[in-house]
Design a protein around this ligand. Structure first.
Ligand SMILES: Cc1cc2nc3c(=O)[nH]c(=O)nc-3n(C[C@H](O)[C@H](O)[C@H](O)COP(=O)(O)O)c2cc1C
Length: 739
């Protein structure tokens, strides 16, 4: 619900919001520019009588002196019957420049306040402000949810792309945007009579005026008691009218000054509501608070980027999750919940949804994180989920278990869990098994026992559909067969071999896109194939020869590095690793990239601790290579011998020098020290604990045995902090890429 409230209005209003934000950013410059052009003496240095005396000496026809909200002093005068206005220097009374409000800023102001459309536009601008309040509040709620709670709002984010840019920028700008939006809404509500507006009428003209010979303005006592910093405006009496008076308005009230005696007549302090109103205006425009204006302007500048990335997120989610005829939660008799990281499971969910719809059911399908407290009409619940990491939840299901606590099922609700995984992993479909058990513990009845689909098997899925169809008395013909992404031909351009002497043959392999084969006209050059987009930590699917299923390797480079780099340890009897190890430069392989957004370092200045062993160093080096912002990054890595399998040794040395890597700690098991990476972590426990306290994120990459040992040490290190690995994991601060 919060997400819909955040997304829909944001999308509808993006164009107007961008206009409002850009104009706000331009207008925010005005107070600072005005201030830069003016001469502003420190408070207490010049009083209004002195100022008026100096101004009148240079402008005998002075009619009014005004102090603008930015502090500049403007004199309005008449000379030879012609009116004029100048910005003056309050220390001398001399003119600095003619005063003329900028036509450009006036136009921008009209565009900002009313989209150049008078009252209709003003109403729209008011609605935009209210909408921005809604976006900010729902955005803050989503940020808190994403970071794992209010206390963790400033913690680093995992993830990448649009989502990450959107969240980071929003976190930076949200308070400024909320302040602008709240004050803008308030002002708009006043303009349309929805909130009372205070009009300060000032005191009535004084009945008793001395009418004596006017004294020089510099000698008027009431004016000499007012400091220039408090002045709003001083209106001069009509010349040659001894019964007229000076009208004085200051920041605290207004009154009249007798031009002969200099006495203050009929002073009226400003009401509290008027002072409040003025504060609202200042907080919105930065008038009188030029520094705030610049902060609000910077916040406003993020709105175009937030809009574009927001639309990108919405579009991506819509294209993967959008299902025709998806009924609402309250109408649905059947619920499908999907847990997915790489979107493959969504394809199966779509097929199930279509089939159930065809059979006459009213189906609602959403991600598992969107589990609601209650499905009022539902009698069937299907949970389709993949497993990631080391038997963990995929991204779209990370909050499912926590939400299950508040879930109240109808007694008639029956469920079936379908797990998607890969039997190569020791924790095959573990998360699906956990979900199935958790639903049973909750007291729900199984419609059918859990089934596990290996490597997206279309035939297993279809058989499951047949069984379910029989159980619900409506045949389901599930025929989904996902195609793997089209493979790219890759050419090995370079390899570096390590570890032979210590029985751990490991190679760094660098590929580029191979030239297009096939027939072509002789005079045309060969079209170079381009690499697909990828980042370090994504996975390269490699098809070994003889039609075997693809094996996955973590990428050690990003597409911007121009090569696709993997680090592969030759496994005894390993079909694919053996195949890769016998490649020579110039040889070709078929591969495809699978995004792995759940394994990325957070941005920002909180430390990132990278932990790995053996070939697990590949993606970790890729992260360091990309750390051109020099954020604190520490690497703990374990190998066998510094002479034989110290992978990336020269490159890591360079990164330490140019500070892309802050600290490097290595352990070698077949050296004199005979240490493993977990031993180094234990030795460094104080430093590691301090970094975690500061919000550090931990990324672990490598073999399962190492990951288990590292987890145990980290648990011990975390104990005094009263937290644990699972808590960090839920906050996106403990990520694993384990094989
Ligand atoms: C990095 C990574 C870790 C994985 N971990 C497991 C695992 O622990 N257990 C398992 O059964 N499958 C695991 N898998 C396989 C996926 O669950 C499987 O490919 C699934 O079909 C992906 O579906 P999705 O694209 O909807 O997330 C893993 C896959 C990857 C890429």
């Amino acid at each position: 619900m919060v997400r819909q409230l955040h997304g829909l209005p944001g999308l509808v209003a993006a164009v107007f919001l961008i206009t409002t934000a850009i104009t706000a950013a331009v207008l925010a410059l005005a107070p600072a520019m005005d201030r830069a052009a003016a001469v502003i003496p420190p408070a207490g240095e010049v009083n209004v009588a002195e100022l008026a005396g100096r101004v009148v000496a240079h402008y005998p026809g002075t009619e009014q002196i005004e102090r603008g909200s930015s502090g500049g002093v403007i004199v309005y005068y008449s000379r030879d019957g012609q009116p004029g206005a100048d910005l003056v220097n309050p220390l001398t009374g001399e003119g600095i420049a003619p005063y003329e409000p900028s036509a450009f800023f006036t136009w921008i102001k009209d565009l900002h306040r009313a989209f150049l459309l008078d009252d209709t536009g003003r109403a729209m601008a008011g609605m935009m402000a209210a909408l921005m309040v809604l976006l900010c509040i729902t955005g803050i709620l989503m940020l808190a949810r994403r970071t794992g709670g209010w206390a963790a709002l400033l913690r680093p984010f995992a993830g990448s792309g649009n989502k990450r840019v959107h969240s980071e920028l929003a976190r930076f700008a949200v308070l400024g945007l909320l302040l602008s939006a709240l004050t803008g809404s308030y002002m708009s509500a006043q303009r349309f009579g929805l909130l009372p507006e205070t009009f300060e009428t000032g005191p009535a003209f004084p009945a008793e005026v001395s009418g004596g010979q006017p004294a020089p303005v510099a000698n008027l006592s009431a004016l000499s008691e007012v400091d220039l910093s408090e002045l709003r405006e001083l209106v001069f009496p009509y010349p040659d009218d001894p019964r007229d008076v000076y009208s004085l308005t200051t920041s605290s009230g207004s009154g009249f000054v007798d031009q002969a005696t200099g006495e203050l007549l009929k002073y009226q302090p400003r009401s509290e509501s008027s002072v409040f109103q003025q504060w609202v205006v200042s907080l919105h425009t930065g008038e009188g608070l030029w520094w705030l204006g610049l902060i609000l302007g910077a916040a406003a500048l993020t709105v175009p980027v937030l809009s574009v990335t927001g639309i990108g997120i919405w579009w991506r989610r819509r294209s993967s999750e959008h299902l025709p005829d998806n009924v609402t939660v309250s109408q649905a008799d059947t619920i499908i919940l999907v847990g997915s990281e790489g979107n493959a499971t969504w394809g199966f969910a779509r097929e199930l949804h279509a089939s159930l719809n065809k059979a006459g059911f009213r189906v609602h399908c959403s991600e598992m994180n969107a589990l609601t407290g209650h499905y009022p009409q539902a009698s069937m619940l299907f949970v389709l989920t993949s497993t990631y990491g080391d038997g963990d939840a995929p991204t779209s299901a990370r909050r499912f278990m926590a939400r299950l606590g508040d879930f109240r099922a109808r007694e008639t609700l029956k469920y079936a869990v379908l797990g998607f995984g890969d039997s190569q992993f020791p924790n095959f479909c573990q998360f699906a098994l956990d979900v199935d058990a958790a639903l049973a513990r909750k007291g729900l009845t199984r419609l059918h026992g859990i089934e596990l689909i290996n490597r997206c098997s279309a035939s297993q899925f279809s058989q499951w559909g047949d069984t379910i169809g029989e159980l619900i008395g409506a045949p389901l013909s599930l025929t989904y067969d996902p195609l793997p992404p089209p493979p790219v031909k890759l050419e090995l351009v370079e390899r570096a071999d390590y570890g032979l002497a210590v029985q751990a043959p490991t190679s760094i392999l660098r590929f580029k896109a191979a030239e297009q084969g096939g027939r072509r006209l002789k005079f045309l050059p060969r079209a170079p194939q381009t690499l697909p987009s990828f980042e370090a930590g994504d996975l390269l699917g490699v098809m070994p020869p003889h039609g075997q299923a693809a094996r996955f390797y973590s990428l050690a480079s990003s597409v911007t590095d121009g090569v696709l780099e993997i680090c592969v340890r030759k496994q005894p009897g390993g079909l694919c690793s053996g195949y890769l190890h016998q490649l020579r430069p110039g040889d070709h392989i078929d591969g495809f990239v699978r995004p792995n957004p759940g394994f990325r370092p957070a941005t920002g200045n909180t430390p990132v601790i990278l932990i790995g062993a053996g070939a697990g160093i590949g993606p970790l080096t890729g992260f360091i290579r990309k750390n051109t912002g020099r954020h604190p990054m520490y690497l703990y890595w374990g190998g066998r011998s510094s002479q034989s399998d110290f992978l990336y040794q020269p490159e890591l040395g360079r990164y330490l020098e140019d500070q892309r890597l802050t600290g490097l700690n290595t352990a070698f098991s077949r050296s004199d020290e005979c240490a493993y990476v977990q031993d180094k972590l234990r030795q460094d426990q104080v430093a590691v604990r301090q970094m975690v306290e500061k919000g550090a994120q931990i990324l672990v990459c490598g073999g399962r045995g190492m990951a288990v040992a590292v987890k145990q040490v980290i648990e011990d290190i975390l104990e005094p902090l009263r937290t644990d690995v699972e808590t960090l994991r839920a906050e996106g601060r403990y990520l694993e890429d384990v094989y």
